[in-house]
Design a protein around this ligand. Structure first.
Ligand SMILES: [Zn+2]
Length: 91
């Protein structure tokens, strides 16, 4: 039997899959769907890129704050701010 999961369900699950929160069975179904469905694959690629951009944005913000005293003022009032990530994972 060849069950087809609707694209809506796949796309609902994609954020979990990108975060690595789906179970093995779910991941396999998602991968199978992505292999066949270019629309969902596009959605997946966009999501994955978004997460990578988010990570590099956080690093960019650290640099930007050092050059922008106005922003720093806000950070002083608010939460403590770490200018650099403490643990840089080895790639
Ligand atoms: Zn699809």
């Amino acid at each position: 039997m060849n069950e087809i999961i609707p694209c809506d369900i796949i796309q609902d699950l994609l954020p979990l899959y990108v975060d690595g929160l789906t179970r093995e069975t779910t991941s396999r179904e998602l991968e199978m769907h992505l292999a066949r469905c270019s629309r969902c694959r596009e959605c997946f690629e966009r999501m994955r890129r978004g997460i990578e951009e988010e990570k590099s944005l956080q690093q960019q913000e650290a640099y930007r704050d050092r050059e922008n005293p106005g922003d720093q003022e806000n950070h002083k009032k608010g939460q403590k701010y770490q200018p650099f990530p403490v643990n840089i994972p080895a790639v």
